[in-house]
Design a protein around this ligand. Structure first.
Ligand code: SF4
Length: 482
């Protein structure tokens, strides 16, 4: 039996003799429309001409490593040089467990249909809905994001992406107080102090340290000239490599940020301890920050999703603005999916809002807690959903998932997922970055070209092509209805 301390709560972990819940049982509990997801088919592999493609970008996390060397024989990917273990696994297994045909649900069975039939049924669902939701869009290209937003506007629906539960608070904080951001190259060439706050790239962005922290830059001699500080609620693996580790009490980061601002402004901190951090440590950290030549705070969900949400990020942005009175300092949000930044950017330039955009009144609006995908589903506000390249059933709360069992759902995805068990129409798509090209935005907002290195399976289109066909069909059906 093992005890863990989680803030003031104590939890324990013990072995169990309970049988593992089967997939069918999970789907039954969640009220899925079909209880058996068809077995994924593997794309048949054929060896053939050997090719090596250089400078391939990895379509997994927002590190977007664009220096991979991919070796292919025929349509078999045999090597991935430069990618981390996750990347090697994605490329070498791209052919496995794929959706290769469109499906329509009839009663509790998914029936194979032609692409034309699937598109027609999907367009019918969308045109007949009063208020449909389009969700996903961070594991695909910017072009797909643009078409999805166009479709949402056409339908007077809502469109959202996963920032809604990750770095949405960053977008809100920037709207309130602005932000000082930086790029990978500035970090490599200039940063002599890097603070990882509520982020753990050793697990989340595996190549991040070897790419940005260890190398020599133009004005920095590599790791030996670069101090690393880790601030987290527990001692992570990264903390063991850091020059300084500061353990903060869960959910109380905002107090520590405020205390750092006070220390910078020579105000007295009257308590001995702030959020679990001794007062002397607060002064020491404030001093390290103010005396750095170029400092960067790389922050993750430990800041954005820690209870007070965008207020923590706002305070962090103000701290960095304060620091710029003494030296150069910036932030870098450690974003998750490889194009979640692109989904925010496309949404911003097309609608004025980064996520949770509603077109019900014919113009764009955004109300967090009202037009966010999770709230639209939990409150039962939407009457149809189009999910592009995502698996909300695997991550959304049960109440939101159960609403997906009550409304028609269209899924566009290269692979089977839990969400496909809630679908009325499934349309297979090619994998962006392997079978479809496009652009994506790295976590530091640099656009990166995603290459096409193989053809999609026969009859399978890229998701932006599917959305374009869907838009044409929706326009035709709307004109026919008018
Ligand atoms: S760090 Fe992220 S982008 Fe880079 S290879 Fe690994 S998964 Fe891919």
């Amino acid at each position: 039996m093992e005890f863990h301390h989680l803030g003031t709560k104590k939890i324990f972990v013990d072995t169990t003799t309970e049988p593992v819940t089967s997939l069918e049982e999970i789907l039954r509990i969640l009220s899925a429309k079909v209880l058996q997801i068809p077995h994924g088919t593997d794309i048949p592999l054929k060896s053939g001409e050997k090719r090596i493609i250089e400078n391939v970008a990895c379509p997994i996390c927002a590190e977007l490593c664009d220096y991979l060397k991919i070796e292919i024989t025929g349509n078999r990917i045999v090597r991935n040089i430069g990618g981390c273990a996750k990347s090697v696994s994605k490329f070498l297994n791209y052919h496995k467990d794929r959706i290769l045909k469109p499906y329509i649900r009839i009663n509790d069975k998914l029936v194979e249909v032609s692409l034309e039939e699937a598109l027609d049924k999907a367009a019918d669902i969308l045109v007949n809905a009063k208020y449909p939701l389009i969700y996903g869009l961070s594991i695909t290209s910017v072009k797909t994001d643009e078409y999805a937003i166009q479709l949402a506007e056409l339908l007077r629906g809502a469109v959202d992406n996963p920032s809604t539960f990750c770095h949405g608070p960053t977008s809100l904080a920037v709207q309130e107080v602005g932000g000082v951001f930086t790029t990978f190259s500035d970090v490599i060439n200039l940063a002599d102090l890097v603070i990882f706050w509520g982020s753990d790239p050793i697990n989340s962005h595996v190549n991040h340290l070897s790419r940005n922290i260890v190398p020599k830059g133009r004005f920095i001699g590599g790791r030996k000239d670069r101090k690393i500080v880790v601030i987290d609620i527990r001692r992570t693996e990264l903390a063991n490599m850091a020059d300084l580790f500061i353990q903060v009490k869960p959910g109380r980061d905002v107090e520590l940020i405020t205390a750092l601002r006070m220390a910078l402004h020579d105000l007295d901190i009257e308590v001995d301890n702030v959020a679990g951090v001794p007062r002397d440590m607060v002064y020491k950290l404030a001093d390290m920050m103010a005396s750095a030549k170029y400092g960067v705070i790389m922050y993750g969900l430990g800041i954005t999703e820690n209870g007070v949400k965008h207020r923590s990020v706002e305070e962090l942005m103000k701290l960095v603005q304060d620091l710029n009175e003494y030296t150069k300092f910036a932030v870098m949000p450690m974003r998750g999916h490889y194009n979640v930044v692109g989904s925010n950017e496309a949404s911003l330039w097309l609608t004025g809002y980064p996520y949770a955009v509603d077109f019900a009144r014919g113009f764009s609006r955004m109300y967090v807690g009202v037009t966010t995908a999770m709230d639209l589903l939990i409150n039962g506000d939407v009457d149809a959903a189009l999910i592009v390249g995502h698996d909300p059933v695997a991550s959304f709360p049960r109440k939101a998932v159960q609403h997906l069992s009550r409304i028609p759902v269209i899924v566009i995805d290269p692979k089977w997922s839990l969400t496909t068990a809630f679908a009325d129409v499934i349309i297979p798509s090619g994998m962006t970055g392997i079978e479809c090209e496009g652009s994506a935005y790295r976590m530091d907002k640099i656009p990166i070209r995603m290459k096409k290195i193989l053809d999609p399976p026969p009859g399978v289109l890229c998701d932006y092509e599917i959305l374009k066909l869907l838009i044409d069909r929706v326009i035709n059906k709307k004109v026919g209805k008018a």
